[in-house]
Design a protein around this ligand. Structure first.
Ligand code: SAM
Length: 246
């Protein structure tokens, strides 16, 4: 059985969406993963099928009701007891490639998509739900965040990525950004592919790529560089940084 994805949403028509095309779409057609949506509104109990209510304490917007969410989540857990339940929320732990890799190694995921002002907080106390953020910005709903999460997992499933992209060197796999890429034409608008990449010397190419990856990470993502142990790496850029920090 493939990687089973259940998505709890008010907008089931948004799935598989872009995941129905390209690599993920092919994998879906081949049964390497499955995509089941669960309409949260089906678990509303009043005659208006309400899923939200005004925020306690006042303020703008509406909040997703815990009783409706719990009924939907319980239904999803009963259908697929082995899958972790993730809720997309900017208040969650930022998604990382490590977490994606561990999710992709499991049986699947159940993903809860928020709308309006988000979820009644008590749902996180009452049910085993992991809050996950895809970054420090606000989307209008959890569906696009869920698509990001699922895409990241699906491409890691066995047999989904072609041999051309094994993923081993990819950004974040080693704790660094990946090195920059070039392709033909050799010269374009007066800019030439770096000589070393045309040398055929694989050791030199590997060393150049490692230095580029370290330098770009240090300049563009000081947070990653710090976590990677930046100055301890021993590259020329690391050495410079050590000196500067003293
Ligand atoms: N009031 C919330 C806050 O300030 O934290 C934002 C609610 S947002 C307008 C509506 C829904 O979009 C959220 O419940 C969540 O499901 C989703 N969402 C928005 N930004 C997100 C992010 N960065 N990561 C994950 N989900 C996000």
């Amino acid at each position: 059985m493939g990687f089973a994805c259940q998505i709890l949403t008010l907008y089931p028509e948004m799935f598989p969406g872009p995941l129905g095309a390209s690599i993920a779409g092919r994998a879906l057609a081949e049964g390497k993963w499955s995509c089941d949506t669960i309409q949260i509104r089906d678990f509303a109990t009043d005659k208006h099928r309400s899923v939200d209510d005004t925020p306690a304490g006042g303020g703008a917007g509406m909040v997703l009701k815990p009783d409706v969410l719990a009924a939907a989540v319980d239904h999803a857990i009963a259908r697929q007891p082995g899958a972790p339940v993730l809720a997309m929320t900017p208040r969650g732990r930022p998604l990382t490639q490590d977490r994606v890799r561990s999710l992709a190694a499991g049986p699947g995921v159940t993903v809860l998509c928020g709308r309006f002002e988000g979820f009644d907080e008590r749902i996180f106390e009452a049910r085993p739900i992991e809050p996950v953020s895809i970054g420090d910005y606000i989307l209008s709903g959890g569906e696009t965040a869920a698509i990001v999460l699922l895409d990241a997992c699906i491409r890691l499933l066995p047999g989904v990525m072609g041999a051309a992209s094994s993923g081993d060197d990819e950004s974040f796999e080693t704790g660094l950004l990946e090195y920059p890429h070039y392709t033909r034409p050799v010269e374009w608008e007066g800019r030439t592919i770096p000589e070393v990449l045309r040398s055929g010397d694989h050791a030199k190419i590997a060393a150049w790529r490692k230095a580029q990856a370290e330098n770009d990470t240090r300049l563009r993502r000081p947070d990653l560089w710090e976590r990677h142990g930046g100055a301890r790496v021993g590259s020329p850029s690391g050495a410079q940084r050590e000196k500067k920090d003293r």
